[in-house]
Design a protein around this ligand. Structure first.
Ligand code: MLT
Length: 410
């Protein structure tokens, strides 16, 4: 008899954004004429940068000729993209990351979900609460947790993020933890709270990880939204991070690639975890092996598009789009602030994190059913998200202004 992976049975309900999509679809079906404004999932709305579009048109033409045709690409991604990423995202900021430490993929979500395969089944995982659900759910699927009770999985270490700690927990929060984590997932600028971590705060985590022989999985998918001077865009700005951190990058929010799919993961040379006998084992060859076995790369056309993000025109055009979304975020923050809500995020992030002082799914339903506005209930990101909603700034200005007008009537 074929047995299923019963760990799937431990997962709470459906994936957060799938549940929201179902509720929105039901509302739309019941109210066919409703003009629904979607400020829920962080999906971009603005067109691709012209430099990206023309690079992809050219890449399509390459595929149409025998001389320039590309089949399977190199296993880590094309050198033209890895070299540009290493130069612009790291070397230009004084960060020591080489092109052969960059692994191009079809997006940060897949890499964040797949990376846990490199680690033993019994490692202890720490996540922030609230948290991007992918970090948790993939470890639940892999059997690294017990059952869920009261919104938390047995065996996971939760680092609570709240207004008191500015939504950035410190390693001191681990002092009372029942188990010492081996892996910590951190995401800054944060999804969902929009908080950013200072260099000193990240350095504390790096120092902790080195002394604990632990590893940080750093999700930097939103780094392009940072405008506050001095806020690190990469964990590798911290001293010693090459020895204890893997970083995920994405072109989704940076350059509007949610539908194209492209990102990359940095696994520095020399970065190691340990075998049962205490022997260090390098992670970069393991990740290479995993990717070459299970993944055939992002398409040539997409990688040419991503390369164009680093051209002078592409960089200026994508920055302008991010500035546009940041202005949306500022407007949303201001609108909820005027209504008397305590609002976080938005300054260096496309997400606005609003303390609605009531059940977050109920508030979500009120906004959907009364105002035709989709948001994300904070409770969907974890127990500490209860009482909050996340509003995404990814939309047209017209829709954001229309949503603000509706909200002002709350
Ligand atoms: C979100 O809304 O949290 C993101 O769009 C999810 C993702 O990037 O996968």
């Amino acid at each position: 008899m074929l047995h299923v992976n019963e760990n799937y049975g431990k997962i709470q309900a459906s994936y957060l954004f799938t549940e929201i999509a179902h509720r929105v679809a039901a509302h739309q079906a019941a109210n066919p004429g409703a003009d629904i404004i979607r400020l829920g999932i962080g999906d971009v709305t603005e067109p691709l940068a012209p430099a990206v579009v023309s690079a992809m048109h050219k890449a399509v033409d390459d595929e149409a000729s025998r001389e320039n045709f590309h089949g399977y690409g190199p296993e880590q991604g094309y050198a033209f993209l890895r070299e540009k990423a290493a130069a612009a995202d790291f070397a230009a900021r004084g960060i020591d990351i080489a092109a052969d430490e960059i692994f191009v993929s079809d997006g940060a979500k897949c890499d964040c979900g797949n990376i846990q395969e490199l680690f033993a089944g019994d490692v202890t995982i720490a996540v922030t609460d609230p948290v991007y659900p992918v970090y948790v759910d993939t470890n639940v699927m892999a059997g690294r947790t017990g059952a869920n009770a009261g919104g938390r999985y047995d065996g996971l270490v939760y680092l609570e993020c709240n207004a008191e700690n500015g939504f950035v927990p410190s390693p001191a929060a681990l002092e009372g933890a029942p188990r010492k984590p081996d892996l910590v997932y951190l995401c800054y600028p944060n999804n969902p709270t929009g908080a950013v971590a200072t260099k000193a705060q990240l350095q504390q985590w790096v120092d902790w990880a080195r002394s604990a022989k632990a590893l940080i999985l750093f999700d930097a998918a939103y780094e392009a939204f940072i405008r506050t001077p001095g806020i690190p865009r990469s964990i590798y700005e911290c001293e010693g991070a090459r020895e204890c951190a893997i970083e995920f990058r994405s072109y989704s929010k940076t350059a509007g690639f949610t539908g194209l799919r492209c990102g990359y993961t940095v696994v520095p040379k020399g970065l190691a975890a340990y075998a049962a006998d205490g022997r260090p084992v390098e992670l970069r060859p393991m990740w290479t092996r995993r990717q070459t076995t299970k993944f055939n790369g992002a398409s040539y056309i997409t990688q040419r598009g991503a390369e164009a993000v680093y051209s002078p025109e592409g960089a200026a055009q994508t920055k302008a789009t991010i500035d546009f979304y940041l202005e949306n975020a500022r407007l949303i923050k201001e609108a909820f602030g005027k209504l008397g809500y305590t609002v976080a995020g938005a300054d260096d992030s496309p997400y606005v994190w609003i303390n609605v002082r009531s059940d977050s799914w109920e508030f979500f339903d009120v906004l959907l059913k009364r105002l035709n506005i989709v948001t994300t209930p904070g409770a969907g990101f974890g127990r500490a998200g209860e009482g909050f909603i996340r509003v995404s700034a990814f939309n047209s200005r017209a829709n954001v202004l229309k949503a603000i007008e509706r909200i002002s009537k709350l």
